[in-house]
Design a protein around this ligand. Sequence first.
Ligand SMILES: [Zn+2]
Length: 124
Amino acid sequence: MFELKVKNRFAAAHNLTMVGEKCENLHGHNWNIEVCILGNELNQAGVLIDFGIIKKAVKKIIKTFDHKYLNEIKEFKNIQPSSEQIAIYIAKQLKIFLSNTDPNIKVSKVSAWESENACATYIP
Ligand SMILES: [Zn+2]
């Protein structure tokens, strides 16, 4: 079994209701995203998949969030734009991408770091 990890980042604003006083105010984060994918078989090049393919896919997914006010984008209509929900969204989009690219590769986890010390990880 092989696991590959790619990192990317985006900046955005959000506010969360019903969580805590501080989070209810409009504020921003520089989110660091870590995406892990899993697979058993290496291809003819001796890799699970080209890192560039995954990086490009993740970049395209998170472009949806970059420099946006997350509460106002359609992806978070009726959903709190928390780090947990960001991780789920990225995992689901990447799953769709992988099923069309290489069905033998699965998303193992997506982590959304909203600060140096706070991270939400979604494990599908
Ligand atoms: Zn926040």
